[in-house]
Every structure is written in C-alpha cells, then in structure tokens.
Design a protein around this ligand. Sequence first.
Ligand code: 4AD
Ligand code: MG
Length: 512
Amino acid sequence: MSSSETEKYVYIDALGSREGQPITLKGWVTFRRDSKGIVFLGLRDGSGFAQTVVTQDQVSEETFALASELALENSVVVHGVVVRNERMNEMEVAVSGLELIQAGPEYPISRKAHGVEFLMDQRHLWLRSQKQWAMMRLRNRIVFAIHRFFQERGFLQLDPPIFTGNAVEGTTTLFETDFYGEPAYLSQSGQLYGEALALAHGKIYTFGPTFRAEKSKTRRHLSEFWMIEPEMAFYDLDRNMDLIEDFIVFVTQDVLEGCAKELAILERNLAPLQNVQKPFPRVTYEDAVSIIRGEKEVDGRNSLAVMQQDLDELKQQIAENTADIARREEAIATGSLKKGEINFNRSRIDQLIATNKELEEKTGNIPQWLESARNFPRGEDFGGSDETVLTRLFDRPVMVYRWPAAIKAFYMKRDPEHPEYVKGVDLLAPEGYGEIVGGAEREDNLDLLLHRIEEHKLPVEAFQWYLDLRRYGSVPHAGFGLGLERLVTWMAGTRHIREAIPFPRAYGRLRP
Ligand code: 4AD
Ligand code: MG
C-alpha cells in the first residue's frame, strides 16, 4: 500500500480534529442497532469507541447488506466521513463503505449481565469491553506517573531479582520453586535488594512483580502483584512519610488531569480523589486503636457513631428504593402505560434491584464491623473492616505510624523513645480501600538487626549479604512499598482488585 493511502487511516481518538473529512477506521464492532433504512454500528479501535452510521440510500447494496449482518467483535474496515452528532456532542462516522476482515462464531460476552467468574474465565476477551479498557488505560497512566514522580526527583529505577534465597515479609506467604535443584522463592518484595542499591545510588526505586501465597479469596489480595519500592539513604521515618504524601498527591493529581474520560467511563465519584491534598493525617498506632474502639474522637466525631449513622442512612435508602420499585410495578400492572414507558420502568426497576442488592450487602456487613471495632484487641494488626472504620472519620488518606514491634517485619527500626514500637508506617486509603502503602525506617545497627533475625527465626546465613550493608558504612535509611493494583483499584473506585491487572493471579485463578 502506498504511503498516501495509509495516511488516511485514523484512530478514533483523533476524530475530533477531522470533522467533515473522509477517513478510514479499522476496528471491531461493539454493537449493532437496526432501524428502517439505517444501521448504527459501534466501533472500537483500541484508541476509543465511536458510533458509525450506515444509511441504506447512501451506500451500495452490498455494504448495507454487510452492515446488517455484522455481529459483536467482528473485525472491520470502515470508510466514511466524520460528522458531529450534535445530540451526543461526539464525532461519529457517516459510512460510505465497509470491509469485513473476519467474522467468526457468536461472541461469548453479550451485552446482558454476566457473572464475574464467567467474565474472569473470558478475561482475554473481557479486556476489550469499555470499562476494562478504561481500567487498563488508568493503570498505564498511573505507571507512567509513578516513573515520572521518581525520575524527576533523581531516583534510579533498578530491578531486584525475582528468584530469591530469603524471605522478606515473613515465611508464610512464600512461593517455593526449584532453582537447579536448590529451593528458591519468588520474591515477596524487592526491598532488601533495594537497600543494597540505595547504599550504592542514594535514592532508588524498584518496580516489578512480587508474589505472595495468600490462600484466601479477598477483594484486596493477589498472588502476583506489582510493587513500587523506593529506598532512600539518609531518610528517617518523617522524611519517608513526607515522600509518601508527595507521591500519592502527585499520582492522584495526574490521574485527575489525564484520565477524565476513563474515570467517567468507570463512573468514578471524583470528590474523594480531589480531596487527596497535603497534609495527610498522621496517627500513631495506639491512637488509631483508640479511634477504632470508639474511645477517641476525631474533630468531635466518634467512629462507631458515624458508622451507625451510615447504617441507618443505608437502610432508609433501601426502603425508599423498595417503595419506588413497588410504585413502578403498580403502574405497569394498570395496563395503561405505553410500550416505551413500560420498558423504561422495567429497566429502572432492574437498576433499583441491583442497587438495593449492593446496599444490602453493605448493611449486612456494618453491624459485624462495629462489633469487631468495639472489641479490637490492642496490639494486633488491623483487618480490612478496622481500616474502614478508622478512615471513615477522615476525608483523605491516613498514615498510621509507630507500630508494635511484635506485629511488624524484622527489618523495621525500633523507636528509641518507645522501644516496644517500630518506626513503620502504613498508608490507608479512604472509602474502605485499606492499606495501599507499607514502609519503615530500617534497622541500621548490625547487632540489633542480627538479634531481630534470630528473634524472627530466620536463617542468618541467608542474610549475611544483607548484614554486610550494616557492616560497611551503615547509614540511617528508609523506604516503602506501594501495591500498584491496590492503588489502581482505589483510583478507579472498583470494588475488587482482580480488575486492576490484565491477567490476575490469585487463589483459585491461574488461567487464562
Ligand atoms: O506492607 P507490605 O507487605 O510491605 C513490604 O513488602 C515492604 N517490604 C515494602 C517496603 O518497605 N519496601 O506490602 C506493601 C504493599 C501493601 O501496602 C499493599 O499495597 C501491597 O504491597 N500488597 C499487596 N497487593 C496485592 N495483593 C497482595 N497480596 C498484597 N500484599 C501486599
Ligand atoms: Mg503491610
């Protein structure tokens, strides 16, 4: 094909500047709607989604016949002219010609509602649908923003190994593999290598896949997830927290600026993201426990009382929806409505039923959350619901720091003024998204670190190289880890983490 011919091919995301021009698109059919003498074809081409219109008296008989036969996900070439659809305020294409690339059997994913397990089995195809498309674009934007943030601040991205000889975050979640006859573990975290790299380069970040055998199905856990782990020489816990704050604000702002379209497709409520501004509240673990147990108020508000109020509001909303459903059903039953009105009411009823199902799930959970929050055992790690109760009182992410040493990793530095506690920090996202960052200042004293390794019953031999970092020019240093998929899930406002990665790996999910 000559270059002058290839030039007229455009992508859907460039239609805005082509009004009135003849163009050619290549893509896939997303819907077909027939009416008299006209076929509306949805088209996607990777860059976006557009409507194309085939009018019988403006195209050849063959073209109209082909248009009338096209089915979901058939691949096609579309020739036409770009016109503005005033009503939708969008560009569409008035079709002059169509070529079929490939048709194939009926597409397994239809426009009707499918169960998530079915969609997950079809993940390789599901990725084509609009919300999943938006989700992946959001992920891509976030990855780019992360690199930009660190690169602009003089950090080097350096990659730790994935086959490792030692545990970082405790031994229970390790995936063991066979490395030429020797046991090896898939990396749970690049941190220990990151520390070595930080002592060589000052400020580094690792960004790679990490693996955890989490033998339960939750909406926050994957077995394979991507982690960003900055590590900085000469940083203490406070500077670490400052960096976490700057980082999260930067990425959130970038998403708001660059992903307006994607967030709209995902129906994301933007207010909680717009609230992500400095400073983030910094709460010690002990204060956080008091807030969770309802013993300490925040700005005169009590966590348990606020959750109880949420519960009452949810119940009221369910009651209102139920009454609305009944009214609409009554109206339909009178037999006096037109067909269009009946359809409208039916689809509204379906929506209300679906909404109520979601609301009921929430109301079902809250009483248990309240119960376990009230009785939270001081000294233990937070569960997902405790994090939800705690963050409910704040309008932005919350940093919980100074954790009991007993529930945190061996490498965290003790707080010299509070020796029972370590200089660790978790960042909890609002809206019930829970922990998205875990970090700490590191133990930099050789003897203390050796002692911790023994206390945690870890094999000292495997850590000799790591101990060298404390033998030769040890310095205070700190870092943190952000779970990419947790961040994407929160930014997207999606319930479950499995949609935040192209091909999730989780307990019970290895394929496709
Ligand atoms: O809190 P974690 O376990 O911290 C570490 O791994 C440290 N070595 C990081 C560091 O200081 N360099 O994990 C860090 C983050 C969590 O806050 C969470 O966002 C994510 O990693 N994460 C998971 N994401 C998805 N699925 C899982 N199973 C995850 N486990 C942790
Ligand atoms: Mg953690």
